[in-house]
Design a protein around this ligand. Structure first.
Ligand SMILES: [Zn+2]
Length: 482
């Protein structure tokens, strides 16, 4: 204590005080609890003539207990808490599809995967069946691949359950739903059940949903080879081919089925209760307790509907610049029509609604977000102030891999960021970049596969060189001609 008061006296009287002097005092102070010379006073004291410090000392937190209570009350006064989720990637990576799926799942199903999680954790009978249901739930939820992966590894580690083919298939479902087909393919190929049809069936489904024709063909071949005598597989396969309009393949499958004399068995469910297996066909009444069973199903159905959250109101905004698709609505792959607002800028969105109608809106999807200059302000107001869930999809980079519009500016505002990949048009590897095939130089050039292609790193670099060379040749030809 004596040393500190001497030091204070020394600083006050010293004609020359170096930058480090107060810090020496501070470090001494930190070792003494009774030191009362607070850092701000030290620097504010005019007669100390201290040089302005070039580092910042931590200030006292503004959150006193009273302030924290005010903050809590303020937060409680908002009924909804906003969220921002960003989906980026090159062209043809399925950003719009992912956006629509997320918006659609918000619209139709307000349930939260954490509910499933709670049920699993508190369940008395945690087993392979409840676990598969949980993992599949994550799959339909689509945005929590990492959690599902963690659960997959924890199943053996923490619950002592050995994963079987259907559990591997459940995780393939999760990866597939999230559009991570490449990862799903690797997972299938490295799984101990890679010779099991159920896992390839799940992968085939994912390829069909996400429109990957090459992977679908590959999966179809494998799937078929594993159990050719199962008639149901012919139907699954021919439907998968039909999704892509591969009508020759569809016809071939139907012919093969006819020739082999296979007839598809009707689908059924089975359940084992006290070592007795019960089979159920659609609408059958063969079971001796069928009356009671239907009564119970009705009851369960009723309580599920009763407890389901009200459907959420959604709106999708897209740029008026992109007129490649219809303007006032977007139709999803499964034929659901979602309302869509083609806008020049986002600030005009709110004006399209009455205050009551805007208030009822829960989810706002923004497609082709790179075209909106006021993205940052719009997102922060919608999520922070208006409590909306905002889902943003757009290109992170342009054809020269420079940041495109303000998509990257909103990352600091976001709850989550997903970078999707496409498949390289030249080698089939994962594609992170968009290569422009033509020699136009403006950043915004709207076009499809005629102008752009998704490429891997190697082919991006090679492609840039080729495009540049072609441009030079073209320019020299123009000069020669003139
Ligand atoms: Zn490539």
């Amino acid at each position: 204590m004596l040393a500190i008061s001497r030091m204070k006296a020394f600083i006050s009287s010293a004609p020359h005080v170096s930058k480090t002097t107060p810090f020496a005092l501070l470090s001494l102070a930190s070792s003494s609890k009774s030191f009362s010379f607070s850092p701000p006073t030290l620097f504010q004291k005019p007669n100390l003539l201290l040089p302005k410090p070039n580092i910042f000392l931590p200030k006292r937190s503004i959150f006193s207990p009273q302030n924290v209570r005010c903050l809590q009350m303020e937060a409680e006064s908002h009924q909804r808490s906003g969220e921002i989720h960003v989906i980026v990637g090159p062209m043809f990576a399925g950003k719009t599809t992912t956006l629509l799926r997320k918006v659609q799942s918000e619209r139709g199903d307000g349930s939260d995967i954490s509910d499933g999680h709670r049920v699993f954790d508190t369940s008395q009978n945690r087993n392979a069946i409840t676990w598969t249901a949980l993992i599949s739930g994550y799959g339909q939820n689509g945005r929590v691949v990492e959690i599902a992966r963690e659960y997959f590894s924890s199943v053996t580690r923490d619950y002592g359950i050995q994963p079987r083919a259907q559990h591997y298939a459940a995780l393939v479902d999760v990866l597939g739903s999230a559009g991570r087909l490449e990862e799903a393919y690797e997972f299938v190929s490295n799984s101990p059940y890679k010779e099991h049809s159920v896992i390839w069936g799940a992968f085939l489904w994912a390829c069909r949903i996400h429109g990957d024709r090459d992977l679908l063909k590959l999966a179809a071949k494998k799937y078929f080879k594993l159990e050719p005598e199962n008639a149901g597989k012919y139907v699954v396969l021919s439907n998968a081919y039909a999704t892509f309009g591969l009508w020759d393949n569809v016809a071939k499958i139907r012919d093969m089925m006819k020739e082999s004399g296979l007839v598809k068995e009707p689908a059924y469910s089975k359940i084992e209760v006290q070592k007795e297996v019960h089979f159920f066909l659609k609408a059958d009444t063969y079971h001796k307790q069928s009356e009671e069973i239907y009564e119970m199903v009705k009851l369960v159905d009723f309580s599920l509907k009763d407890s389901a959250c009200a459907p959420r109101n959604v709106a999708i905004i897209k740029s008026i610049k992109d007129t490649r698709y219809g303007l006032d609505s977007i139709v999803t792959h499964d034929g659901v029509k979602l309302p869509c607002w083609p806008l020049k800028d986002l600030s005009s969105f709110k004006q399209k609604f009455t205050p009551e109608a805007y208030d009822k809106l829960d989810v706002i999807g923004i497609d082709e977000a790179q075209f909106f200059e006021d993205l940052y302000d719009f997102c922060s107001e919608a999520a922070d102030h208006d409590g909306k869930k905002v889902i943003v999809a757009g290109l992170d980079g342009d054809y020269l891999r420079r940041s495109f519009g303000s998509v990257l500016d909103i990352i600091p505002l976001a709850d989550s960021v997903t970078k999707l990949t496409a498949r390289c048009e030249l080698c089939g590897k994962r594609a992170f970049f968009t290569l422009r095939k033509t020699e136009e130089l403006q950043t915004e050039l709207i076009g499809g596969a005629d102008v752009y292609m998704p490429v891997c790193r190697q082919h991006y670099v090679g492609g840039q060189v080729a495009v540049e060379a072609a441009r030079v040749v073209l320019e020299s030809q123009v000069q020669c001609a003139s």
